[in-house]
Design a protein around this ligand. Structure first.
Ligand SMILES: C[S@@+](CC[C@H](N)C(=O)[O-])C[C@H]1O[C@@H](n2cnc3c(N)ncnc32)[C@H](O)[C@@H]1O
Length: 334
């Protein structure tokens, strides 16, 4: 049992009254506070938002500007879950877009800078989940395919089609972007809890003849501190004896295909089920800093959490608002 001094956190002081719950750092992390409703709906945040209601904030701006604004407004998210742009995959046609840096090392440090900036808006006992896939260096020159699917990716020459500097960037090299990012995050004092693997039973076929076809991506689980909120019961498996086991770190989830609508790199709601349900306390705040069409936020709202979405592309913010507004109307009617 910890002993409290006069300067102790009042929430901790309450906990001393609870005889059932000894005061340990682990127990404290399992009873996290959530941002106040007043702070979430402050005039400052509402004025900056592209859309807002009592449980939703959508920011249409560059992720770095948005994180700075949220930090200044005192936002504390319990769970940050996101799928950033993958390296060399798409041209989102927005200013300061991330993903088309000339060298993969530049991409990794830019992304790690964004996640470092997100530390200020993540509760100390919160979690950051990052979905990221890998990229091959091709060095082939301009992409020639005229397929409709490829046209979304056509933007002159992709970084990985350039000649390359020979450091990682040589033809046929799998760049190992996901783990390079995780190592960079470790170097910046994040704790890596899992490199969960998203196994895709229906991957887009690779047009290759000398390697296996890629059918997985990663969902890294990062935390700031050793003690953090994790509700195993919300996502666990039941053993033969009835006890709750943690979920596995391999997740077999169908990719969203043929129904992607206006966002070309949308993921399935199932991908964020374990992240959001295990690391967001009741009425907690879920933030997606590269929210796109808002899939993670839609899932979070359906489960009663408050949400913040950021995206630099107006068309995606419109799509996000369209979906989130419907959920808020439905939830408010209940
Ligand atoms: C992989 S997509 C996210 C997809 C999303 N998970 C979904 O299900 O729709 C990445 C998003 O990052 C956005 N983006 C790229 N650069 C950005 C930047 N500098 N600031 C904010 N958003 C950015 C793109 O517009 C895109 O919507």
């Amino acid at each position: 049992m910890l002993h409290l001094n006069d300067n102790a956190n009042p929430r901790l002081a309450d906990a001393t009254l609870d005889q059932e719950r000894p005061l340990t750092r682990a127990n404290e992390a399992m009873h996290p506070s959530t941002m106040s409703e007043a702070a979430f709906t402050s005039r400052r945040l509402r004025n900056a938002a592209y859309y807002s209601d009592d449980s939703t904030l959508v920011l249409h701006m560059d992720v770095r500007n948005a994180l700075e604004l949220l930090a200044e407004a005192g936002v504390k998210a319990n769970c940050i879950v996101t799928s950033p742009p993958f390296y060399g995959q798409r041209d989102y046609e927005v200013e300061r877009q991330i993903g088309l840096e000339g060298h993969p090392s530049e991409f990794i440090s830019t992304l790690a800078d964004v996640f470092d900036a997100s530390k200020a808006v993540l509760a100390d006992n919160g979690s950051l989940w990052v979905n990221i896939g890998d990229t091959y260096w091709s060095g082939k020159g301009e992409h020639r395919s005229g397929e409709a699917k490829q046209s979304a990716r056509r933007f002159g020459i992709r970084p990985q089609d350039k000649k390359g500097d020979g450091k990682w960037c040589v033809p046929k090299q799998l760049l190992l972007i996901p783990h390079r990012l995780a190592i960079e995050m470790q170097d910046r004092e994040w704790l890596v809890r899992n490199d969960n693997v998203w196994v895709k039973p229906n991957p887009t076929p690779d047009q290759v003849r000398d390697r296996c076809s890629m059918s997985h991506e990663y969902v890294f689980h990062f935390v700031k501190e050793r003690w953090y909120y994790f509700d195993k019961n919300a996502v666990g498996r039941t053993s033969d004896t009835g006890s709750v086991l943690p979920p596995l770190d391999t997740w077999e989830i169908q990719t969203v295909r043929g129904q992607t609508g206006r966002h070309k790199a949308r993921f399935s709601e199932e991908l964020v089920r374990i992240p959001i349900l295990s690391t967001t306390p009741p009425r907690g705040v879920v933030l997606d800093p590269f929210a796109g069409s808002g899939t993670s936020l839609v899932f979070a709202r359906k489960h009663g959490f408050r949400v913040i979405g950021i995206d630099a592309k107006k068309e995606y913010c419109d799509l996000m608002v369209e979906q989130l507004r419907k959920i808020s109307e439905y939830v408010d009617q209940e």
